[in-house]
Each structure stands twice: as C-alpha cells, then as structure tokens.
Design a protein around this ligand. Structure first.
Ligand code: SF4
Length: 422
C-alpha cells in the first residue's frame, strides 16, 4: 500500500520541452534499462550520430558495471533530437525511457507516514514556477511513487537532528514546519527570513531535547522563532564581514557548484582535469580572474564580485523563498535526500547553497558588464546550484562536508549571506 503524498503546494510545474535536463545531466541506467535500450536497435537512420554508442560505461575502469546514456559532442544526451525532443519517447512512448528521465524533476523522500514530493530547481520551468499545480498532477505522481519508492520506505528513520541528537518523526517534522513558517513570513525580505531561520537552527543546535518533546517542543520552537525575530527586527545596515579563511573556504565551495559535470567532448581527458585543478586553486587563492567552468560565465576579477550589487530583485526574492521552502517541505536538504547529513548541517548547507547562488548571480552580472544583478541572473544561478545540491558526489565527500561544518561552527554562514546577498 503506497504512502500518502505530501505535495509542495506553492510550486507549479509542467515540462516546456526546453531539453535542458537532457543537456545537463548524466543519466545512469540500470542493467534492465541497458538491455531494453540495446534491444531497441538504435542506428544512424534514427538520428543517432554516426559511430556513437548509445550507452557508455561509467568511470575509467573496464570492470565497472555501472552504465549511463552516451552524450553527443556538445554534451547533450545521445537521444536528444535537434528539436529538443527525446527519440526514445517519440519512437516507443514515455514508459520506454529510463526511470531517471521519467521522474525528473520530481524527487520523493520519506517523511514518516508520508512521502514528501520535491522538485529540482535545475529545471528552468521549476524556477519560473511555470505549469500545472502539483495537486492537478496527483495521478502521475502516484504512478511515479509506485515506481521509485520502496515498500520499506515506511520504516525509514528520520534524519538525525545533529551529530549528537535524534528525534522521532513527528518532532523532526515540527522543526521543519517551524522553519518553513519562518520563511513564509509575509512582507519581509528573503535575507532577513534566512537570517532568522539560521539563527533558530543555531539555537536548536545548542539545545538538548531529551525532555523537550511533543507539546514542549512546540512551545520551545515558538519561543525560539519569536526570539530570533525580536533580536533582529530588520535587516542590519552593517554586518561583520566574513573572515579571510571563510571567504577562501566559501570560494572553494563555489568552484564545485560552478562547474559543469556532464562532459562534452572537449571536457574529457587529462587536459580538462588539469584545467579544473588549476581553476580550483585559483578559487582557493581568490587572486586574478575567476575561471569559467561552464557556458554563460566569463572571466572576471575576483575583486569585482566583492562590491554590493543592490537589493535582490522582487521576482528573485520570490524564487529564493520558494526554493528554500520547497527544499524544506520535501525534506530535500538532509538525511537520505542529502548525503545522510543531520538536519542542522543540512539547513546550514542549504543556506550556503543560497549564498553560492548569490555569488553566481554576481558573476553572471559582471560577466555581462553590469554592476547590478537581474532576475535572469538569479534564475540561472539557482539552476546551476541546484543541479549539484544533493546530487553531485563531490558535495558529499569528506573535504567538502568538513568545509561546510567549519563555516557553520565559526558562525560564518550568516556573515557570508549578509555579505553576498546584497
Ligand atoms: S533519454 Fe530522452 S529524456 Fe532521457 S536524457 Fe536522453 S533525450 Fe532526455
């Protein structure tokens, strides 16, 4: 019996056939999908580039048993046609596509007695909130749930609260709902709401919940959210800037978010790896110019991103608020949905992802010769960041996680946010 779905009601989406997902993502396939696609006998007559396999082995080692769809020289999936449509879909129908393609941009996460549905903001239509409401797509979502959610999902434990504490599902969800309610506060700037939420998570991180459960936790969360709002009733005019080490660690995070990880033909081999390594060194040093690691970004001096870019455009305030709220409502920021990290660490990472989006929006603006950012800069920046957030293996690795933990423990996440989000 499938669990009931919890939908992100503030989000709309329909596919607008931009083909972006088929250009940006590496599609890993199962053994049975591999057999099915090979049995479809794709040839040049179907539009497959001459000499191109349709499936490739993942990794460099011949004994690796993981497979992915092959890419065209520009990085697009081998099955993407020049009208931006899927050849498998056109020839054999939607159910013949790999499951990863059918599910995108949805994500399904256990949430106690429910399955929380999230959406990936790497899709421009998700960012633009274009399309049908989630409630109108219940039928399709139930069908996808049946395909991707294992029967054992009802037994999955909640994410840990922190490295030292674990609550049960109802109390974990109470905390998530309190953060979501803070982000939903009407008429306040996005950055102020994020500073409140990060302040609340900091207090939660410092508290012991051994005897604070159920109704007591409700009271505690109410006191905490009131306290952070009273302490910071408006956006501060001046804040302490992030320290030099924090900026360095942060730029190294940016380098991971800014790269394109679906390899084009010119992004293979030792030469490209060497370029990537040099780029990461230059991000760590913060001297000279930023190295563009994907289309749309230009080489600009690091210093050029350190001045104010003005207030966040109203349209982007809405996008950023919706982004964080959809991630919260779908638990797409901690536990199984995010490298198995505890709730506190996952929310700090979400805060850093937002700061990365602001930094990338600055970079896009400067690259276009502007010193003011626009809603388009933010829309693109959010798609770039969310392409990796929770999906790129690099973001789950020890060194990356350690950098994020250090920034949180040193209280630098809020300083970075206040510094780069204006
Ligand atoms: S198989 Fe089809 S839907 Fe999946 S990435 Fe390729 S073109 Fe896109």
């Amino acid at each position: 019996m499938p669990l009931p779905l919890q939908l992100p009601t503030l989000q709309n989406w329909s596919c607008h056939n931009c083909g972006g997902c088929c250009r940006q993502h590496e599609i890993e396939i199962t053994a049975s999908e591999r057999e099915r696609i090979l049995a479809q006998n794709w040839t040049v007559a179907d539009g497959i580039p001459a000499g191109s396999p349709v499936i490739e082995r993942m990794g460099a080692f011949p004994w690796n048993r993981r497979w992915r769809l092959a890419h065209q020289p520009d990085g697009a999936c081998v099955f993407l046609d020049d009208k931006g449509l899927c050849r498998i879909h056109a020839k054999f129908g939607e159910p013949a596509k790999p499951l990863a393609c059918r599910v995108y941009p949805f994500a399904f996460h256990p949430a106690g007695r429910k399955i929380a549905v999230g959406l990936r903001f790497s899709c421009p239509s998700v960012v633009a909130n274009r399309g049908a409401s989630m409630s109108r797509q219940q039928g399709e979502l139930k069908e996808l749930e049946r395909l991707v959610v294992p029967e054992s999902a009802r037994e999955f434990p909640p994410p840990r609260l922190s490295s030292k504490q674990q609550l049960d599902w109802p109390d974990t969800l109470q905390i998530v709902e309190a953060l979501d309610a803070t982000l939903a506060t009407a008429g306040e700037p996005f950055v102020l709401k994020m500073l409140w939420s990060l302040g609340a998570v900091d207090l939660i991180d410092q508290s012991s919940f051994e005897r604070v459960r159920g109704p007591r936790l409700t009271d505690f969360l109410s006191i905490v959210t009131q306290a952070v709002k009273s302490e910071l009733p408006t956006l501060p005019r001046q804040t302490a800037p992030p320290g030099a080490i924090a900026r360095q660690l942060f730029r190294m995070l940016v380098a991971q978010y800014a790269r394109r990880d679906t390899f084009r033909s010119d992004q293979r081999g030792i030469g490209y790896r060497w370029k990537l390594l040099r780029a990461i060194w230059s991000f760590a040093a913060g001297r000279g110019e930023l190295t563009p690691l994907q289309e749309g970004f230009q080489a600009v001096p690091f210093e050029a991103l350190e001045t104010s870019f003005g207030p966040i455009p109203a349209e982007s305030e809405e996008v950023l608020t919706r982004y964080v709220r959809v991630k919260l409502q779908s638990l797409h920021f901690c536990g199984r949905a995010y490298y198995d990290v505890p709730l506190v660490e996952g929310f700090a990472s979400l805060g850093l992802a937002v700061v990365c989006a602001c930094y990338l929006a600055r970079w896009l603006a400067r690259g276009a010769g502007r010193d003011v950012w626009t809603a388009d800069d933010f829309a693109r920046a959010v798609t770039v960041v969310d392409h990796h957030h929770g999906y790129s293996p690099a973001l789950g690795m020890g060194a990356f996680r350690q950098r994020q933990r250090l920034l949180w423990k040193q209280k630098e996440v809020t300083r970075l946010l206040a510094h780069y989000a204006n």
